[in-house]
Design a protein around this ligand. Sequence first.
Ligand code: CP
Length: 311
Amino acid sequence: MDNAAPLGKDLLGIKELKRDDILQILETASAFKEVLERDIKKVPTLRGKTMVNLFFEPSTRTRMSFELAGKRLSMDVINVSIQLSSVVKGETLLDTIRTMEAYGADIVVIRHSSSGVPHLLAGNVNASVINAGDGFNEHPTQALLDLFTIRRMKGRLEGLEVAIVGDIAHSRVARSNIYAMGKLGMNIRLVGPPTLIPAGIETLPGVKVFHRMEDGLAGADVVMQLRVQKERQDSWFFPTISEYAKLYILNSKRLALAKDDAIVMHPGPINRGIEISSDVADGTRSMILDQVANGLAVRMAVLYLLSGARA
Ligand code: CP
């Protein structure tokens, strides 16, 4: 890891990364995965560096794994509780982060409901900014951990058939994965009702659109179900949840249409009985908890490589 070429100052989205940047993050994550399998899982690599977690939207996996990734690398980690911070008194986001910088923050991890907030901040602060999910735009570390998981299970990425099923329109996870998989030569099948598939998305590299799940899943290597994001829909894009579930839930009967060794993925949190049945979510082909575990190694890699850029 000593000779790793640094990424840029920030990680704002997969769109901005080159294919080689993505591969470098995956390679570095493999090295950290080995560290995490040791008895002593902590390394002194980033001792003296400070990371701030600033989550304006709820999170379990991303926030906890960034916190743990920083601690495993011996960073000082501050988790800001937005509701207990001076943000509620009207302090601007930029002033909040400049306050963090005055304490010596090197890296700020931010999740926000508005697309583009991490980009705006990155141009105005010295700290490295990591996008932990911005509105409908991107969730780059989720896509990186998804790719890492697929590569560990399949031994390759190029040429794989990946079905991404559900609410593509509101999914920053889907958007980051589409960018990443297109750069890596993967074949991407987007499956969902026309109201949840953005117009023109089939023009992106590697993308094909399907509206029937049976068509999209046939012969797939990977089936990635997306969460129905109730909190992001001003009005419903399908008549009822039960009708959506009838057409797009991944159950064992539908999974049988994919390859025999196809793996099942979901970024979490899952809506059991809506986009995925419990027997599939908890079954032997489910990678859901592997994705969670791999997120730690991937986020350690991102923190390490961005710190290299600051050195
Ligand atoms: N996948 C994901 O981003 O989960 P959290 O919202 O729990 O962080």
